[in-house]
Design a protein around this ligand. Structure first.
Ligand code: C2O
Ligand code: CU
Length: 491
C-alpha cells in the first residue's frame, strides 16, 4: 500500500497499480480517468523529485536561480525561478510525511522560503531575522518539518516579497490524505499568477508607478496558468475534473468563470476540505487563497470553452477600463457526452471555534498620508512600528479586522488556521479552515483563531505584497516572546 502510494508520485495515474496488489490500490484509487488522452498536457507542472526511499519522507533539492522562460513568443524572459521553471516544481506529500528541502540560493539577492499555510515550527517559517537568517547568494538552508494537514499549500520567498514573487518565485505544495475519497480521478493543480514584462520580454522594475503603484498593488500584464499564457486543456463533456487552485499573484484577484455550461462544486479551500460541498457560479481567490473544486463542463462536444477571470472589485481603479483576461481554453473532445458517476458524500467534521472566553483583538487596516507620501499600516503605523498582537499558547482570539481603506486586503496569518465569522458572529457554514481572508474595502471581517504551543513570532500581513512591503504587516507574539529588533523591513 505504501509502496503503491509512494509510486503514485512519479507515475501517471494509470500505471500505479501494475506495481502492487490491485486490491490494495483500488482502495486508494477507485475511480478511472474519463478525459481524452493527454488531456492535461498543456498544463503539466514539473514535479519535485523525491530522493528519499523512506515512503514517509519526501526529500528534495530546491534551487532558486535566474532562468530563461518564454512568455512573449520569441522574446525570452530572465525570470526568478525555483529549479529553472515558472512556477517552481509541484511538491507532493501525504499528510503526516516529513518534508526535507535542501534549499540553495543562486539569486543575486538574499531570500528565504516561506511555506504558506503549513503549520510548521517557527524555525521553519522562512521569515528573515524572525525565524531564520536570510539565505544569502551562494548559501543554503535545510527546511525540515512534518506536513500536519492535507490541502493545497504553496511556497514563496519572504524577502523583498513583492519583487521576488512578482519575478516568478512561487510553487505549489500538495498534501494529500489517502483516506479522502472524492470520487474524481482527473485532477489538476492550477497555479494562477501574473508577471509584468515588456513587449521584448524584459521584467519591469518592481517599483513601477512609484507610491501610486504600491497603493494600488501592482498587477502583471501577462496572466499565467501554470506559467503559461492561455494554455489549452482537453476535456470531455459530462466528465468531472477536480481543480486545486492557488492564487500566487502578488496583487491580482481571480474570479474564475467557465461559462454557463460548466458547473462548480466547491469542496475545500485554504486548509483542506470544507465541512460539506457547496455549488457556486464563480470561484473568487484573493492572493494567497486556495480553492478545491469539482468542475463538470457540459458544453457541446467539439466546442471550446474559454475560462476567464472576471473583473473583481478590489477597490478604486480595479474595474475601470480593464480587460477581462482569458485564463485557458477547455477544448471539448468531439465524442458524445458521458455521465460521470455520482460523487460520494463528501463530509469533514470540523469543530466550530467558540467566542466564549475569546480575547477581543481589534485590528484596523489603515492608509496614512505622511510627508507627502502614503503608507499602509495597522492602526496608522507601518511595519515594523505597527502594533503586535500578544497571544498565549492555547488562547482563542476574536479578531475584528476593520478595513478603513478604499482597497480590499487579503489578510494572511502565518502558522495557524482560523474560522471566519458571519454577521451574527458565528463561524460561517460550511465550516472551513482559512489562513488568508478577503477583507473588502471599508468593511469589517471577524475571525476566530486558536493558538497552540508553537511559541514564537508569527507574521500577519496583507497578501497584496506591495501593501505588505508598504507597511501592512506585523506579528503575533505567541508565548511572551519579544518582537525581533527590526532594523530593516525587507520581509
Ligand atoms: Cu504567503 Cu507571509 O505569506
Ligand atoms: Cu492590502
Amino acid at each position: 500500500m505504501r509502496a503503491c502510494l509512494k509510486m503514485k508520485r512519479y507515475l501517471p495515474f494509470a500505471a500505479v497499480c501494475f506495481f502492487s496488489t490491485p486490491a490494495l490500490c483500488l482502495a486508494a484509487e477507485p475511480v478511472r480517468s474519463m478525459q481524452p488522452p493527454g488531456w492535461d498536457a498543456g498544463l503539466k507542472l514539473q514535479t519535485a523529485l523525491d530522493t528519499n526511499a523512506d515512503p514517509r519522507v519526501v526529500e528534495i533539492n530546491l534551487e532558486a536561480r535566474l532562468a530563461s522562460v518564454e512568455i512573449v513568443p520569441g522574446h525570452p524572459t530572465e525570470a526568478w525561478t525555483y529549479d529553472g521553471g515558472l512556477p517552481g516544481p509541484l511538491i507532493r506529500a501525504r499528510v503526516g510525511d516529513r518534508l526535507v528541502v535542501h534549499f540553495v540560493n543562486h539569486l543575486p539577492q538574499p531570500t528565504t522560503v516561506h511555506w504558506h499555510g503549513v503549520r510548521v515550527p517557527i524555525q521553519m517559517d522562512g521569515v528573515p531575522e524572525i525565524s531564520q537568517p536570510e539565505v544569502k547568494p551562494g548559501e543554503s538552508f535545510t527546511y525540515d518539518f512534518v506536513v500536519p494537514d492535507a490541502g493545497l499549500f504553496w511556497y514563496h520567498p519572504h524577502v523583498m516579497s513583492a519583487a521576488q514573487v512578482g519575478f516568478g518565485l512561487y510553487g505549489a505544495l500538495l498534501v494529500e490524505d489517502p483516506s479522502e475519497q472524492i470520487g474524481v480521478a482527473d485532477e489538476l493543480v492550477l497555479v494562477l499568477s501574473d508577471i509584468e514584462i515588456s513587449p521584448r520580454g524584459n521584467l519591469e522594475p518592481a517599483d513601477s508607478g512609484g507610491v501610486a503603484g504600491m497603493v494600488f498593488g501592482r498587477e502583471g500584464n501577462h496572466v499565467l496558468v501554470n506559467g503559461r499564457e492561455r494554455p489549452v486543456l482537453k476535456a470531455r463533456a459530462g466528465a468531472t475534473q477536480r481543480w486545486r487552485i492557488v492564487n500566487t499573484a502578488k496583487s491580482r484577484y481571480f474570479s474564475i468563470d467557465a461559462g454557463d455550461s460548466t458547473t462548480y462544486t466547491l469542496i475545500g479551500g485554504d486548509g483542506g476540505l470544507q465541512e460539506y460541498p457547496t455549488r457556486t457560479d464563480l470561484i473568487v481567490l484573493g492572493p494567497g487563497e486556495r480553492a478545491d473544486v469539482i468542475v463538470t463542463p457540459h458544453a457541446k462536444p467539439g466546442s471550446d470553452v474559454v475560462v476567464r477571470s472576471l473583473l473583481f472589485d478590489r477597490g478604486y481603479g480595479s474595474t475601470e477600463y480593464r480587460d477581462v483576461p482569458d485564463l485557458f481554453t477547455m477544448t471539448m473532445a468531439a465524442e458524445p457526452a458521458v455521465e460521470a458517476p455520482p460523487l460520494p458524500a463528501i463530509h469533514r467534521t470540523i469543530e466550530p471555534l467558540t467566542r466564549a472566553g475569546a480575547t477581543d483583538v481589534p485590528i484596523r487596516l489603515t492608509l496614512t498620508q505622511r510627508n507627502r507620501t502614503s503608507e499602509f499600516g495597522i492602526d496608522g503605523r507601518a511595519y515594523p512600528n505597527a502594533p503586535h498582537v500578544a497571544a498565549a499558547p492555547g488562547e482563542t482570539q476574536l479578531w475584528t479586522v476593520v478595513n478603513q481603506t478604499k482597497w480590499a486586503h487579503p489578510l494572511h496569518l502565518h502558522g495557524f488556521f482560523f474560522q471566519v465569522l458571519d454577521e451574527k458572529g458565528e463561524p460561517i457554514r460550511p465550516l472551513a479552515w482559512k489562513d488568508t481572508v478577503h477583507v473588502p474595502a471599508e468593511r469589517t471581517v471577524r475571525l476566530l483563531v486558536r493558538f497552540d504551543d508553537r511559541e514564537g513570532e508569527w507574521m500577519y500581513h496583507c497578501h497584496i505584497l506591495d501593501h505588505a512591503d508598504g507597511g501592512l504587516m506585523s506579528t503575533v507574539l505567541l508565548g511572551g516572546v519579544k518582537p525581533s529588533a527590526h532594523t530593516h523591513s525587507r520581509r
